[in-house]
Design a protein around this ligand. Structure first.
Ligand code: SAH
Ligand code: SF4
Length: 347
């Protein structure tokens, strides 16, 4: 039987574990406090537990299965952690400080099956889904590294979370439940490439997460130049799912728009996106392309600003980060690809 992970144990899991080990049940509460209040997954540091119990926890549970392998920092203090998993695969999480707040960007898969043509994460396809505890452990690494609990979490790292729905939902449950980590779902954004069946499953969870949908284009033809066909849904179906999300969950949806020079950055596209955002009551997050290949280029700054101004003039709320750290965050997947290439070169 495979071991259970400490990061997603429930109180009753721990209660039965400690009683099977002949320990009083209050120990379960002490362990819960370490894991979910002090963000500690290493039993060796749970100093109010008897040494024997700490040893038994290490043998009966997966405590921390991943480790930080590399840290890369941008000039604005945005920090990217390369995290290696128990099978030596690697993922990334990013710590983004801005205006007294700190945001963690987490991954949901190793690689990605969607394969958007500008994105490093999709380059080698999907390797595997992350397990729920591997998703949660990224949060623990971020807290240990920054010394802070995040104000916001965005699932905008490697992978399409809605294609790893069950594990993502389990991680979200632990992160939001009051007797676990207890973070408000209102501070958690789930970004999707527009995987419509996944949006409907997210609606079924019934919690007020923020949904961000990577639209990238205002017509299906342009979108098909950016996102390959197999997992791409028609824009009309995505917009319908966004409307249903807002009506049932009561939260405004965000449209993400990765700006690609000469592909989707025209004034006409901006006008159409503005109309779409107004019609569907959405905010827009403009992400200037961080170049990962020769194929797609970042538009000139003046074109990015003009595009933004067209949206803003019609009253649409637009988010745009132009500084360097934004590039580090937007380019999630690049550190992993660099690491994979380095490993391959050394073989
Ligand atoms: N798979 C999900 C979440 C991860 S990607 C999704 O696609 O939404 C998160 C965001 O980063 C997406 O909007 C994606 O378009 C953007 N992104 C990925 N690579 C990028 C790059 N090289 N430059 C700019 N944005 C990028
Ligand atoms: Fe996957 Fe998102 Fe990258 Fe597209 S942008 S390949 S969906 S991680």
């Amino acid at each position: 039987m495979s071991l259970k992970a400490l990061a997603n144990c429930t109180y009753s899991d721990l209660e039965s574990l400690v009683s099977n080990l002949g320990q009083p049940v209050f120990r379960a509460k002490q362990i819960m406090e370490w894991v979910f209040k002090h963000y500690e997954l290493d039993p060796d540091r749970m100093l109010n537990l008897p040494l024997k119990l700490r040893e038994e926890l290490k043998s009966k549970l997966i405590c921390m299965s991943s480790e930080i392998k590399e840290v890369s920092k941008a000039s604005d203090k945005t920090t990217k952690l390369l995290i290696s998993l128990s099978d030596d695969e690697a993922i990334e999480m990013v710590i983004i400080p801005s205006h007294q707040r700190i945001t963690f960007c987490l991954s949901t898969q190793v690689g990605c099956p969607v394969g958007c043509r500008f994105c490093a994460s999709g380059e080698g396809g999907l390797v595997r889904n992350l397990k729920a505890h591997e998703i949660i452990e990224q949060l623990y690494h971020g807290i240990a590294h920054s010394g802070k609990f995040p104000d916001n979490i965005v699932f905008m790292g490697i992978g399409e979370g809605l294609l790893n729905f069950d594990n993502l939902a389990e991680a979200l449950e632990k992160i939001t439940e009051a007797d676990h980590i207890g973070m408000s779902p209102r501070r958690i954004t789930i970004s999707s490439s527009g995987y419509v069946p996944g949006i409907y499953r997210l609606i079924e969870l019934g919690k007020p997460f923020i949904l961000a949908v990577s639209l990238h284009a205002v017509d299906d033809e342009t979108r098909s130049e950016i996102i390959p066909g197999k997992l791409r849904y028609p824009i009309a179906e995505i917009l319908q799912a966004c409307d249903d999300y807002e009506n049932k969950i009561g939260r405004m949806v965000t449209f993400e728009y990765t700006m690609l020079a000469g592909v989707n950055d025209s004034a006409a596209a901006a006008e159409k996106l503005a109309a779409m955002a107004r019609g569907h009551h959405a905010k827009v997050n403009l992400i200037p392309c961080n170049e990962t290949s020769e194929e797609f280029k970042r538009p000139a700054e003046i074109d990015i600003l003009n595009f933004r101004d067209i949206l803003e003039k019609t009253g649409v709320t637009v988010m745009l980060r132009l500084e360097k750290g934004g590039k580090v965050a937007a380019a999630c997947g690049q550190l992993r690809v660099k690491h994979l290439k380095k490993t391959a070169d050394n073989d």
